[in-house]
Design a protein around this ligand. Structure first.
Ligand code: DGL
Length: 267
């Protein structure tokens, strides 16, 4: 059996993709990763499709130059608006974070009412609605944009009254009462899970990209679309497009490490 020790590229507008990276690094301990956070240009969720495609293309060019074997678009906004372009542009396997969530949510809903929260660009793109509808046209999708979550998280307002108030503003809605599955359609949102879950019953299944994407990668390895690494050590290299104190703080806590190998680069 052949192996491929090249790293896996993972990118997001900022630190949200770390929720995906954390699960990937724990699940695939022989794999190495290059993480790119576009901290100079976030948030993506309020930008136009043209801009999101341009940013994503530049990041993928960078990852490709760094010889990654697979790219994981750990950003729902880029997954919704840029992945189609990226797939036609790059000769590399590319995973988006929407399909794995859609697949999982569609399997676990019992009453067919599915909630989706995400950035303005993701919700407006209707990417989740279209994909869910293709699986089962009787799904009822209740979606809500929560654009302020990303800036609040990136500014470090994670355990702050303002963030609780903003959660209340977006999520305290009767329309959510029927849903039995909630998709967190933004990779930043699991960082606010403790606040978010308060607005849903204990029976609501909350789906996020972290676990569903790891499962998807496992399938690519199993069917040999991408080859596993055989090395014993795991290297994780981080690149950011600008300095971000919050990224360093959160990444250290989140990934349980004091030594983050970060470089800053201009694309
Ligand atoms: N984590 C990104 C996502 O999943 C956030 C996008 C943004 O920067 O607004 O959509």
């Amino acid at each position: 059996m052949k192996n491929d020790n090249r790293p896996i590229g993972v990118f997001d507008s900022g630190l949200g993709g770390l929720t995906v990276l954390r699960s990937l690094k724990e699940t695939f301990q022989n794999e190495s990763f290059i993480y790119f956070g576009d901290t100079a240009r976030l948030p993506y969720g309020t930008k136009s499709q043209e801009t999101i495609i341009r940013y994503s293309k530049e990041i993928c060019d960078f990852l490709n130059k760094n010889d990654v074997k697979l790219i994981i678009v750990a950003c729902n906004t880029a997954s919704a608006l840029a992945v189609k372009f990226l797939k036609s542009y790059l000769n590399l396997p590319i995973i988006n974070v929407i399909d794995p969530c859609v697949e999982f949510a569609s399997k676990v809903t019992k009453n067919n009412y599915i909630g989706v929260i995400g950035t303005q660009a993701t919700i407006n793109s209707k990417a989740y609605n279209k994909k869910l509808d293709r699986i089962n046209s009787s799904f009822k999708i209740i979606s809500q944009e929560c654009s302020l979550f990303v800036p609040l998280i990136e500014e470090g307002f994670i355990k702050h009254q303002i963030t609780k108030d903003v959660c209340h503003f977006y999520l305290n809605k009767k329309i959510f009462q029927k849903i039995d599955v909630l998709i967190m359609g933004c990779t930043h949102y699991p960082i606010l899970i403790d606040y978010i879950k308060q607005y849903f019953s204990d029976n609501t299944i909350i789906v996020d990209s972290a676990k569903t994407v790891a499962f998807h990668v496992e399938q690519l390895f199993d069917n040999n679309s991408v080859l596993r690494a055989s090395q014993k050590t795991q290297n994780i290299k981080y690149y950011l497009s600008d300095k971000s104190i919050e990224f360093n703080k959160l990444a250290a806590v989140f990934l349980k490490t004091n030594s983050l190998d970060i470089d800053y680069i201009k694309l």
